[in-house]
Design a protein around this ligand. Structure first.
Ligand code: HEM
Length: 110
């Protein structure tokens, strides 16, 4: 059943994001000690499989979570249904995935 699968996917993605947000905050506090420079950040992230995987997972979780959340809001507020509701939800999900992917590639690759 679609609604049940979406419900589970939104809660699983929330559970993935919660520790990642804490890790991200902790890392930011650590990273700004003694000033913050682009070289310093990129030196840490460039070519790192660990950070690439961590932020990649973060991006996937956000895209899944936000698309499902927006779907609920569009259904309730705009009374959208059917293919239009699904199409817009997929669109937002892929747009977030694309934007997040670009950001991950920018700090990990290059
Ligand atoms: C650590 C990060 C996050 C956690 C733990 C989290 C947790 C949750 C949970 C548990 C729900 C379900 C609420 C319910 O059904 O009553 C929810 C709904 C939602 N979340 Fe998140 N969330 C996080 C980040 C985000 C982000 C980054 C976005 C947007 C970019 C977002 C957008 C939404 C939306 C739109 C809903 C739908 C609300 C609804 O169904 O009425 N969340 N979130």
């Amino acid at each position: 059943m679609l609604e049940l699968r979406l419900y589970l996917a939104q809660r699983i993605s929330a559970a993935i994001m919660a520790p990642l947000v804490l890790l991200h905050l902790g890392l930011m506090i650590y990273a700004i000690q003694g000033g913050l420079s682009a070289e310093e950040i990129l030196g840490r992230t460039r070519g790192s499989l660990f950070w690439g995987g961590t932020y990649g997972l973060f991006v996937i979780a956000v895209a899944v979570h936000a698309a499902i959340g927006l779907r609920t809001i569009m259904a309730e507020w705009l009374r959208l249904r059917g293919p239009l509701l699904s199409g817009l939800s997929w669109f937002f999900g892929f747009a977030l995935l694309a934007a997040g992917w670009r950001a991950v590639v920018a700090v990990i690759g290059g």
